[in-house]
Ligand binder design. Structure first.
Ligand code: MF3
Ligand code: CO
Length: 280
C-alpha cells in the first residue's frame, strides 16, 4: 500500500537521524519545509531552466541606448512565451517584471523608459521566474560598452564572491561557511558587503527561510541538509557598506556614498554529494 505520495516531505531515514544528531549537539537545523522532495526539486529545476533562458536572452540583446523599460520588455515577453510568469510583477507591489539596477543602485531598480543604458555602465539584471507554480531566481551583471578597469574589477570580484560562496556550500556544512567565504574575499579586495539584503530559500515561494547572509563565521548558522534550495546573491560595494532606499519609489536600494555596487545571484540545491547549481 502507498502510504506516502511522491510529493510528501518524508525524509530518508538516514537524513532524519543525522539531523536529530546535529540538533542534539545544539545546531540550528532546517525545518521540514526547507527540505524539498524529488517532485519539488524537479519543478524548481524546470523553472530555473527558463530563468537561465531569460538571462541568456537579455545577454544577447542588452546594449547602450536601450532603456531599462526595454530590458523589462525582453524579460516579460520571453517569460510569457515560455509559459512562465515573471515573479517580480506585482510582488509586494513591485510594478515591473524584472529588477534592473545601474552603477550605484544596489538592487531593486525599477525599469523605466526614462532610464537609458550608457557606455561605461555596469548593470544588474535580476530575473525571477514562476513556472508550474515553482520559483527560481538569478541575476547577472552586464557591462555596457567600454567600462573602466575599476568597475570591471568590482564586477569580477563580485562574481568570484558568488563562486566562492557556492564552493563553500556542502551537505552537513553550515550557512556561515558561505558567509565567511564571501565576506573574506570581498573585504580582502578592499570592498564591502551589504548587510541589509540576503539570499533566501526559494522554490515553493519567492522568498522562503532561511536567510542566507553574505557575511559570517565558518561552522556557525543553520545546518545545510540535502534537499535545501536557496539563493546566494552577494551585493558588494566599491566603497562603504551603507545603503538607503529611494524615497520616491520606495524600492530602489542605493549606496549611501553613491559609489558603484555589483551583484550576482544563483539558485542552488544541496545534494548528498555536494551542490547542484540550478541557475546560471
Ligand atoms: N529578485 C530579488 C531577489 O533576488 C527580489 C526582488 S523583489 C522585487 O531576491 F519585487 F523587487 F522583484
Ligand atoms: Co533572490
Amino acid at each position: 500500500m502507498m502510504l506516502f505520495s511522491r510529493n510528501n516531505n518524508k525524509l530518508a531515514p538516514g537524513i532524519e537521524e543525522k539531523i536529530k544528531k546535529y540538533r542534539r549537539m545544539g545546531c540550528t537545523v532546517p525545518t521540514r519545509k526547507m527540505i524539498k522532495n524529488e517532485e519539488q526539486i524537479a519543478g524548481i529545476r524546470e523553472s530555473s531552466k527558463i530563468n537561465t533562458g531569460v538571462l541568456d536572452h537579455v545577454a544577447q540583446h542588452i546594449k547602450a541606448g536601450m532603456s531599462t523599460e526595454d530590458v523589462n520588455t525582453l524579460v516579460h515577453e520571453y517569460t510569457l512565451a515560455h509559459g512562465a510568469i515573471p515573479a517580480p510583477l506585482n510582488y509586494e507591489g513591485f510594478p515591473k517584471s524584472v529588477c534592473v539596477s545601474i552603477n550605484e543602485e544596489v538592487c531593486h531598480g525599477i525599469p523605466s523608459k526614462d532610464v537609458i543604458l550608457r557606455d561605461g555602465d555596469i548593470v544588474n539584471v535580476d530575473v525571477s521566474t514562476i513556472y508550474n507554480g515553482y520559483f527560481s531566481d538569478a541575476s547577472r551583471m552586464f557591462l555596457i560598452g567600454d567600462v573602466s578597469p575599476e568597475r570591471r574589477r568590482l564586477v569580477d570580484v563580485t562574481r568570484e564572491c558568488l563562486e566562492l560562496g557556492i564552493e563553500a556550500a556542502r551537505p552537513w556544512g553550515f550557512l556561515g561557511d558561505i558567509g565567511e567565504a564571501i565576506q573574506e574575499y570581498a573585504e580582502s579586495n578592499g570592498y564591502s558587503v551589504v548587510r541589509e539584503f540576503c539570499g533566501h530559500g526559494v522554490g515553493i515561494e519567492f522568498h522562503e527561510r532561511p536567510e542566507v547572509e553574505h557575511v559570517g563565521r565558518r561552522g556557525t548558522g543553520m545546518l545545510l541538509v540535502p534537499g535545501m534550495i536557496f539563493t546566494i546573491e552577494p551585493m558588494i560595494n566599491m566603497g562603504k557598506p551603507g545603503i538607503f532606499i529611494d524615497e520616491e519609489n520606495g524600492w530602489t536600494v542605493i549606496t549611501e556614498d553613491e559609489k558603484p555596487s555589483a551583484q550576482w545571484e544563483n539558485t542552488i540545491l544541496i545534494t548528498e554529494a555536494g551542490v547542484e547549481r540550478l541557475t546560471w
